[in-house]
Ligand binder design. Structure first.
Ligand SMILES: CC(C)(COP(=O)(O)OP(=O)(O)OC[C@H]1O[C@@H](n2cnc3c(N)ncnc32)[C@H](O)[C@@H]1OP(=O)(O)O)[C@@H](O)C(=O)NCCC(=O)NCCS
Length: 187
């Protein structure tokens, strides 16, 4: 597989993990998306799309493929296998919505957190409101969304009537200082 040098790559035992634009890692026409969805349990698919029952796999593949070419969508590849995907889509002029999916065999290994972080390094959403919708009972997703959004802006959480919560972070138009040693020049 060929990936651009700007990808977030980490080599270490036992896995090689690559986060790269989805179009680069999903295979021709996104055929690897079907394999990814095939590795997800019904519960995982239901959690991703906030449905009570699992959505049909072919519909999930079609839905993920809709954003295949978007530069704000990323895939995470573990030892050459597409293990997850996610990113953000426009949800209004000043709003983007983030969503992430990690297939069951790789959950709980930090990949969801990493994918979301990677998506939020794109400067395109700065100055906008970033929202994530997560099912109220999805503690893992809540933890990841709250944690990563909280790294970039104060996060507001609101309960919605459909059993999901909305996490909102109004992101500054300039990058936040990551470390106390990064000192900005004052005008
Ligand atoms: C939500 C999801 C993307 C998270 O990805 P992941 O790779 O499994 O998660 P990570 O390993 O990065 O992080 C898991 C976090 O949840 C915590 N966690 C794991 N299992 C948990 C559980 N059962 N209950 C509560 N927290 C849990 C971990 O401790 C970790 O938090 P920490 O980093 O603060 O220690 C993934 O589980 C998934 O695809 N779920 C189904 C789809 C979904 O819900 N998407 C979100 C809505 S769009």
């Amino acid at each position: 597989m060929t990936v651009r040098p700007d990808v977030d790559e980490h080599r270490g035992a036992p896995d090689t993990v690559v986060v790269a634009p989805l179009a680069q890692v999903a295979g021709d026409g996104g055929q690897r998306l079907a394999d990814l969805v095939g590795r997800c349990s019904p519960g995982t698919l239901a959690a991703r799309f906030h449905t009570a029952a699992a959505p049909q796999a072919d519909r999930v593949v079609a839905s993920l493929a809709l954003h295949l070419a978007s530069r704000t969508q990323f895939g995470v590849v573990v030892d050459g296998v597409l293990a997850g995907c996610g990113g953000h889509v426009a949800a209004g002029p000043d709003r983007v919505e983030v969503a992430v999916l990690v297939a069951d065999p790789w959950q709980g290994r930090g990949l969801g957190r990493r994918l979301l972080r990677h998506a939020l390094t794109d400067p395109g959403w700065r100055g906008r409101e970033v929202v994530a919708h997560v099912r109220l009972d999805d503690e893992r997703a809540l933890r990841v969304a709250r944690g990563v959004l909280g790294e970039v802006a104060a996060t507001v959480v609101g309960r919605r009537h459909d059993g999901t919560v909305e996490l909102r972070a109004a992101v500054a138009s300039r990058p936040l200082l990551r470390h106390p040693t990064e000192i900005e020049e004052l005008p």
